[in-house]
Design a protein around this ligand. Structure first.
Ligand code: AMP
Length: 395
């Protein structure tokens, strides 16, 4: 696996695919700069080597060149974070980009306009990728968030740098973290899978059963498993057509010596609302008219023990409707337990969609070992898929 350490960037122009797809407010100010911060170590290493950086990214889902999606809006923020002046090219290909790139001196940074202003980007167009490739000497992919897409700047461009391509710091860290769980995790290995539906997590569950010792199933998924086993789930969310599958997963887990832990009690509510009436009931005895929206106190005790007995922990998906305060306790308690296990030496990886939002909302991001920056890319990695952006660097 080639990383930045395999290159000396002195007098070289690094063409870096970053993920600067950041949220902007109505005044076009960056409201969460995490993704820019995450790219900083790569940029700094290249500048310190005596190289220059040509940054390329997409922003949002523009239809053609729409000013509201211009990366010009984030130039000041990048300057503030990296501490170096950032030049800007109004187009990512063509004469302006070519002149700006060829005039770039060691120590300087050039940010190219939104790649998705050209439809060729998402189509993975080879000619467009070649025009991008012509701008730099070494291709660096540091955009995990788009590594599952075979777009021109994330995948196709790599073929024009047969020897001179590598992973940036962020992407290397993502790959290492996933490997730490999926390949070389210290045992016992635990996966916590929550969220709304079995159907969206099924491929992950099937892929990780060979790699784990314990599986905690939480969130809305719980009720498909409980009903399949004959429990009363009241009005809780359930995918009736996935009950067979749930039983099959339990069978597979048993055959593979994976211990499956489901909540034993839940906070049941008489409406999907913060102000609903609630009661704590056994997970398999939820009255009609009530729905389980969070895991209960006895489940917390059980999950605490499991989490604290494990050395490697993967967490994807909340244990309840954490967006509503009344049903966030189970998810917060799990975060606390994972933070404690991490403090005691376990490796913990949080990734994929809503679990990252939950971790940030409750301030756990510095208390776990790694929080992935890629939603879809992380889910596809956990499903065992080879991401095209990663494969393109390895080939
Ligand atoms: P996912 O994107 O599959 O990880 O699902 C996350 C969503 O699952 C969140 O928006 C949660 O509100 C929702 N969720 C978690 N637990 C439940 C539950 N018991 N009932 C309904 N939705 C839930």
């Amino acid at each position: 696996m080639k990383t930045l350490n395999d290159f000396n960037f002195n007098n070289k122009k690094a063409l870096i695919r970053v993920d600067f797809n950041v949220p902007l407010n109505d005044n076009f100010e960056v409201t969460d700069a995490t993704r820019i911060q995450s790219a900083k170590p790569t940029i700094i290493k290249i500048l310190e080597d005596g190289g220059s950086c040509i940054l390329m990214s997409h922003l949002g889902r523009p239809k053609g060149a729409q000013d509201e999606f211009s990366l010009r809006h984030i130039v000041k923020k990048v300057e503030e974070i990296v501490g170096v002046e950032v030049k800007f090219a109004n187009n990512c290909i063509g004469e302006e980009a070519e002149i700006a790139a060829s005039n770039l001196e060691p120590g300087q940074i050039l940010l190219l306009e939104n790649l998705r202003f050209h439809e060729e980007e998402k189509k993975g167009d080879e000619n467009f990728a070649k025009q991008l490739a012509n701008l730099g000497d070494i291709y660096v992919n540091d955009a995990f968030g788009t590594a599952h897409r075979a777009h021109a700047s994330t995948t196709i461009v790599a073929q024009f740098f047969p020897e001179n391509k590598c992973f940036g710091r962020l992407l290397a860290k993502e790959i290492e973290s996933i490997d730490k769980v999926m390949q070389s995790g210290e045992k016992p290995v635990l996966a916590v899978l929550g969220g709304a539906k079995v159907s969206s997590k099924i491929t992950i569950i099937e892929n990780i059963l060979d790699k784990i010792d314990h599986l905690i199933v939480g969130g809305g998924m719980t009720f498909t498993f409980i009903k399949a086993q004959g429990g009363q789930i009241g009005d809780s969310i359930c995918e009736d057509d996935k009950m067979e599958l749930a039983l099959d997963i339990l069978k597979q887990a048993k055959a593979k010596n994976v211990e499956v832990h489901l909540p034993v009690d839940v906070i049941a509510a008489d409406a999907f609302s913060n102000d609903a009436n609630t009661q704590i009931v056994d997970v398999d005895a939820i009255p009609d008219g009530w729905q389980g929206l969070d895991s209960g106190p006895r489940s917390k005790e059980l999950f605490d023990t499991v989490v604290n007995s494990c050395k490697t922990i993967l967490w994807n998906g909340p244990l309840g409707v954490f967006e509503l305060d009344s049903f966030a306790k189970g998810t917060i308690a799990l975060g606390d337990a994972i933070a404690e296990a991490t403090n005691n030496g376990a490796f913990s990886l949080v990734g994929g969609g809503d679990s990252v939002a939950a971790v940030k909302q409750f301030g756990f991001q510095d208390k776990v070992s790694y929080v992935s920056t890629g939603g879809g890319a992380m889910l596809e990695s956990l499903e065992g898929k080879t991401l095209p952006g990663i494969a393109a660097i390895l080939s």
